[in-house]
Design a binder for this molecule. Structure first.
Ligand SMILES: CC(C)(COP(=O)(O)OP(=O)(O)OC[C@H]1O[C@@H](n2cnc3c(N)ncnc32)[C@H](O)[C@@H]1OP(=O)(O)O)[C@@H](O)C(=O)NCCC(=O)NCCS
Length: 166
């Protein structure tokens, strides 16, 4: 039987402290040391921290299918974390979330955006490179993994003043 492809629409919304449980659940799917709902709530109540969530339109029971959390202080932005539900990857949602952060930082006249990524995380590195991030430093052996050797954190940076997001 042929299964028809259904195009899904998504809405990007500001992250609120009330989303802390939903984002903690998503974060837990992928990170060796997941952050608790309380940690997310405490971050989201800080003035310098902001983020975006993505929801599937017309599917309220599904809840959040992705989110990004970022910080802006002294003209410098930082991606704290980003995750998209495993069942919703490669649909452009990660990019859409990053674009939302870039737009916010541009309107706040931030100068640069930094992030840290595990050197073994090919999907995230591909996404960041595509968005114009470059490697600027490494933290050797920064990430610990169960059953395999430690890996480096790559520090990536994107200048914001010159290139405007699409
Ligand atoms: C990284 C992550 C957020 C990407 O989300 P996503 O919604 O699947 O990404 P997108 O569909 O927007 O991808 C945009 C581009 O990034 C690159 N990319 C994304 N996933 C990729 C993969 N698995 N392999 C290669 N390139 C990939 C591609 O260039 C892609 O464009 P294309 O689909 O037109 O080729 C997602 O894989 C994720 O949640 N991973 C687990 C959490 C995580 O690692 N977060 C980052 C911590 S630093």
């Amino acid at each position: 039987m042929k299964i028809p492809f259904l195009r899904r629409d998504h809405a990007i919304l500001d992250l609120e402290a009330d989303d802390c449980h939903a984002i903690a659940r998503l974060h837990e799917e992928d990170f060796g040391r997941p952050w608790s709902a309380e940690e997310f709530e405490s971050l989201l109540t800080q003035d310098t921290v902001f983020g975006f969530a993505v929801r599937e339109v017309g599917n309220p029971r599904l809840g959040l299918v992705g989110f990004v959390l970022a910080r802006l202080a002294a003209g410098e932005g930082e991606i704290l974390t980003i995750a998209v539900a495993r069942t919703r990857r490669r649909l452009g949602l990660g990019r859409t979330l990053m674009d939302a952060v870039l737009r916010r930082l541009h309107s706040d006249r931030a100068e640069e955006l930094f992030l840290e990524v595990d050197e073994t995380n090919a999907a995230a590195i591909a996404l960041y490179k595509r968005l114009g991030f470059n490697e600027v430093a490494r933290r050797p052996g920064y990430y610990e993994h169960e059953g395999r050797k430690r890996s480096d954190a790559i520090v990536m940076r994107r200048e914001l003043r010159r290139a405007k997001p699409a």
